[in-house]
Design a protein around this ligand. Structure first.
Ligand SMILES: Nc1nc2c(c(=O)[nH]1)N[C@H]1C(S)=C(S)[C@@H](COP(=O)(O)OP(=O)(O)OC[C@H]3O[C@@H](n4cnc5c(=O)[nH]c(N)nc54)[C@H](O)[C@@H]3O)O[C@H]1N2
Ligand SMILES: Nc1nc2c(c(=O)[nH]1)N[C@H]1C(S)=C(S)[C@@H](COP(=O)(O)OP(=O)(O)OC[C@H]3O[C@@H](n4cnc5c(=O)[nH]c(N)nc54)[C@H](O)[C@@H]3O)O[C@H]1N2
Ligand code: SF4
Ligand SMILES: [Mo]
Length: 857
């Protein structure tokens, strides 16, 4: 849909699903602005959305099919995939093949994948990275309601009086929803073992012990019963309310969560007294061996009080990926069928098979993600197709997963990038269309379907993911069933199919969209034409809702370190897209591990030094961020760095594959590791015009607006710093200017070529302290002496690390403005523009102010 203002589409990143308008920037590119009319964001965007225009470049893109390492045409590549799958099925049966797909596929792609695997190949061996993400919420919803339905809407966040955020760093991971909460003015409580930016901006932060969630929520259930808050009117819609259930007492909750009895009692009283309460949860709840129980413990409290589906109240599982929800609708998980129908139900299976007129239908659940890669390791899987996900980085036991993929006789990978830790393992690589080039639909956390629209031409030979699969389906002998010419046709087939869900009493209803004008389709919630909020009337798909009253397991004992993991504000997963943007790469430019000062003191870890985390599966090396934001015994590391961006920072090498028995979701937030201080012979820092390459014990590289920067360290000293620097930045013929103090072990090298600086390198025995921002901007300039100085002269202040990504405003600049009298986030914004675009840095800026308060936008 092209209006006067540009092309309307939906953001590529998180499950908030913000509407974006892309307009040509006059320089051959596009710039992004929030769509004022989109009900998810009403014009807002976060730093990642605002920088979408910067990630559209074709550098590093996969632009042609590759077969056994050699560029090939489409026919050769597709024939090879079809033959490999058909042969494996003929020799070893349908369960010898598998697809591993992604919540970043569009609904149309996902629908085709499911149809091909479950209806035509006849296996349910299709699982998705949503297993790592939303599986526990799906299981929790199905157990409680009989269908995977998020009852509430984003408007509830503005109408609520109290919002509990648990296991969610919403300010960084769903920034626009966080903005909406601040604007709505509800009281906010954050339940997270770590002090996050979300916790800082909440009215109360409860740092519960990792894994004590079920205890906390079942304690609330008992409190609600004891104080007469179970809702008698709603009780008729709910099974399992038990007056005799032994729920934990407040002292028991205090002992297990590490919170004080007073804090717990006050929080319980507030929750009990507030009718309009929304509980938002995500990965801190889902990614655990008792993830489904945590979800049900939360749902129990909302069901028992009838606080569900009414304005301003309800449980709210926020989805991670842009189409986590759409994938669930079309049966993306190994234990579901399309259109919310159940694989185990013979009537559902028959209905789906007849709708597809398919030769077969999978009749037992397939392998879930972690088991699927175990089956690759032990030889059960003979052909595997990975689409739109990077499992060699993002799955637990990542090194074992890499070996498992390498063990599969035939591997196809559809991706947009040529070089990832996963594409390297493929026999056939299929180039996909990326965001901005592809067309289809996504469903966000509040069940709202929006169009993603192409505004760029297909680059090279790249084609849409649905087309890859449809072509393979045709070549496997099912020409009629996969004969679509556009995503609109696929969407129409799927929308019409939801008549089946309706006939089985489910809420998923898209039937009015079966004949919609796809190009013009405006954002719309399902059930289409039905109530926006679900279940206030007690009409659950399972008849009555179920109270599960899960029992809390024993808290893990903390002998080694507990390794928590998650996200940072400006990066997305394995960084294949955000890593292209200099703006997004500079907020946090290196992999790190947060460690409590007491643990750092015990281990002898100095600030900004390096730490090695290890266990039986392997080890990683990360920068130490010593901080009381994490508690003693618990470490936190981000998930974003890969073999492409750092030497040894794939933290999932260390994470066990233990899974929730109900949902199969792995406990990604519960690694067990030992930590040791690393004592490198030297630390280094480099800026360069070309991509730097090192094989030192530690390195991490990031994009800058003039090239690259790299942090380094190594265990052995280097004899010739000049040669080292020239090799590092790939400029052996450059003119070096080297200043060296051998006694102190300090070296500085500036590399000039044709009169401009192409690289600068610094080494020292301690972590290198320099003005990195200043050095980055010297690349391409003529000033070698300034580069050797490593920091600006007196006349030029050092802006410090970036806080506001949108306007590139540094920490020191903000502190100077505060010293100069700026007393609120608004005043900083008026002076520097910082925080006035996406607002994602507003909580960070507020934390710099003496009185620490943030007003809503
Ligand atoms: N910037 C950015 N945004 C993103 C993404 C991204 O990569 N980058 N990815 C998107 C995706 S796919 C997802 S799934 C979401 C994830 O969004 P979130 O779930 O909000 O993000 P995480 O950082 O994974 O984890 C949330 C919090 O869980 C806490 N936690 C850990 N263990 C426990 C526990 O035992 N109990 C409780 N209560 N809390 C615990 C962690 O300390 C962490 O602060 O973000 C989406 N948005
Ligand atoms: N320890 C730990 N591990 C985690 C988590 C955690 O909190 N802790 N979180 C987990 C969660 S919630 C998630 S969602 C996963 C995410 O993990 P992944 O899904 O593995 O991460 P991405 O980097 O988003 O991978 C997407 C891939 O698809 C490619 N791509 C992008 N667009 C397209 C397209 O249109 N078509 C195709 N074919 N390819 C495309 C990208 O280049 C990239 O290679 O990580 C999980 N792993
Ligand atoms: S909150 Fe940010 S990343 Fe998420 S959809 Fe909106 S703009 Fe995109
Ligand atoms: Mo996710």
């Amino acid at each position: 849909m092209t209006g006067a203002g540009g092309i309307r589409t939906t953001c590529a990143y998180c499950g908030v699903g913000c509407g974006v308008v892309m307009t040509p920037d006059g320089a051959g590119g596009f710039s992004a602005r929030g769509d004022e009319d989109h009900p998810a964001n009403f014009g807002r965007l976060c730093s990642k959305g605002a920088a979408l225009g910067e990630t559209l470049g074709l550098e590093g893109r996969l632009l042609a099919p590759i077969v056994d390492g050699v560029e090939a045409d489409w026919d050769t590549a597709l024939d090879r995939v079809a033959t490999a799958f058909s042969q494996a099925i003929a020799e070893h049966g349908p369960d010898s093949v598998a697809f591993y797909v992604s919540g970043q596929l569009l609904t149309e792609d996902y629908y085709v994948a499911n149809k091909l695997m479950k209806g035509f190949i006849g296996s349910a061996n299709i699982d998705t990275n949503s297993r790592l993400c939303m599986a526990s919420s799906v299981a929790g919803h199905k157990r409680a309601f009989g269908e995977d339905v998020v009852p509430g809407t984003y408007a509830d966040l503005e109408e609520a009086d109290l919002i509990v955020l648990t296991g969610s760093n919403l300010a960084w991971c769903h920034p626009v929803l966080h903005q909406r909460i601040l604007a709505g003015g509800a009281k906010v409580i954050a339940l997270d073992p770590r002090s996050t930016v979300t916790a800082d901006s909440a009215d109360l932060h409860l740092p519960l012990k990792p894994g004590s969630d079920v205890l906390f929520w079942s304690g609330l259930m008992g409190y609600l019963r004891a104080h007469g808050h179970w809702n008698a009117d709603f009780a008729g819609h709910v099974d399992g309310l038990d007056p005799a259930m032994p729920y934990p007492t407040i002292p028991e909750v205090a002992a297990g969560t590490g919170l004080s009895s007073t804090q717990i009692a006050e929080t319980y009283a507030l929750w009990a007294a507030t009718k309009r309460v929304v509980t938002i949860y995500s990965q801190g709840v889902n990614q655990a061996t008792d993830g489904s129980d945590r979800v049900n413990a939360i749902l129990d409290c909302h069901l028992a009080t009838g606080r569900i589906g009414i304005p301003g109240a309800g449980p709210f599982s926020v989805t991670g990926q842009p189409n986590a929800m759409g994938g669930r609708e079309v049966g993306g998980l190994a234990n579901m069928l399309a259109a919310h129908l159940d694989l185990e139900n013979p009537a559902h299976r028959a209905a789906v098979q007849s709708y597809w007129a398919s030769p077969t239908i999978a009749d037992k659940p397939g392998l879930k993600a972690v088991d699927l890669f175990d089956a690759c390791a032990d030889g059960r899987i003979k052909a595997l197709w990975i689409m739109c996900t990077n499992p060699a980085v993002s799955l637990p036991k990542a090194d074992a997963v890499r070996a498992a993929i390498a063990n599969v006789p035939f591997v196809a990978v559809s991706d947009i990038e040529a070089e990832t830790d996963t594409t390297r393992l493929a026999h056939v690589l299929l180039p996909a269309l990326g965001w901005g080039e592809k067309d289809g639909t996504v469903t966000n956390s509040e069940r709202r379907i929006s169009r993603q629209r192409a505004f760029l031409p297909a680059p090279g030979a790249a084609r849409a993911d649905w087309w890859h699969m449809a072509e393979v389906g045709k070549r496997m002998g099912w020409a009629d069933a996969f004969n679509w010419s556009s995503p609109a046709e696929i969407f129409a087939e799927y929308a019409a199919m939801t008549a089946l869900s309706v006939s089985f009493g489910k809420k998923l209803d898209l039937t009015p969209l079966a004949h919609v004008d796809y190009d013009m389709m405006a954002p719309v919630m399902w059930p289409v034409g039905g109530a926006e909020r679900q279940f206030a009337d007690g009409a659950f798909p399972s008849g009555k809702a179920r109270i599960l009253s899960p029992r809390a397991g024993a808290a893990p004992n903390a002998v080694e370190f507990h390794l928590n993991s998650g996200r940072v504000r400006d990066h997305w997963h394995t960084m294949t897209r955000t890593g292209r943007s200099a703006t997004l790469s500079l907020h946090i430019a290196e992999p790190f591990v947060e460690m409590h000062p007491a643990d750092a003191a015990t281990l002898g870890v100095a600030p900004a030094s390096l730490v090695r985390l290890s266990n039986a599966h392997g080890d990683v090396t990360l920068r130490a961020l010593i901080s009381d934001r994490t508690s003693p015994g618990t470490l936190f590391a981000p998930i974003h760095w890969t073999g492409e961006t750092a030497s040894a920072a794939r933290i999932n090498i260390l994470v066990e594959g233990a899974t929730d028995p109900v949902s199969g979701q792995p406990a990604l937030k519960a690694g067990r590791v030992t930590a040791t201080a690393l004592n490198p012979a030297w630390y280094g820092f480099a800026v360069s015009a070309a991509k730097p390459v090192a094989n030192t014990a530690y390195w991490a590289r990031a994009r800058t607006s003039h090239g690259w920067q790299m942090e380094l360290a190594d265990m052995a000293p280097t004899q010739d710093w000049t040669a080292f620097a020239q090799a590092l930045i790939g400029a052996p013929a450059s003119d070096p200017i080297t200043v060296e103090d051998r006694k102190r072990g300090i070296a500085r090298v500036a590399l000039m070529q044709d009169g401009v600086l192409v690289g600068a390198f610094f080494a020292a025995p301690d972590p290198v302290s320099l003005s990195r921002g200043f050095l980055r901007d010297l690349i391409g300039q003529g000033d070698a002496q300034a580069a050797l100085a490593g920091r600006p002269g007196a006349g030029m202040p050092d802006p410090g690390p970036t806080v506001c990504a949108c306007f590139g405003v540094g920490l020191n600049t903000i502190l100077t403005a505060i010293k100069g009298g700026a007393a609120t986030v608004e005043q900083i914004g008026a002076a520097l523009n910082a925080g006035t675009n996406c607002g994602a840095c507003r909580p960070e800026m507020a934390a710099l102010l003496p009185q620490q308060s943030i007003a809503a936008e």
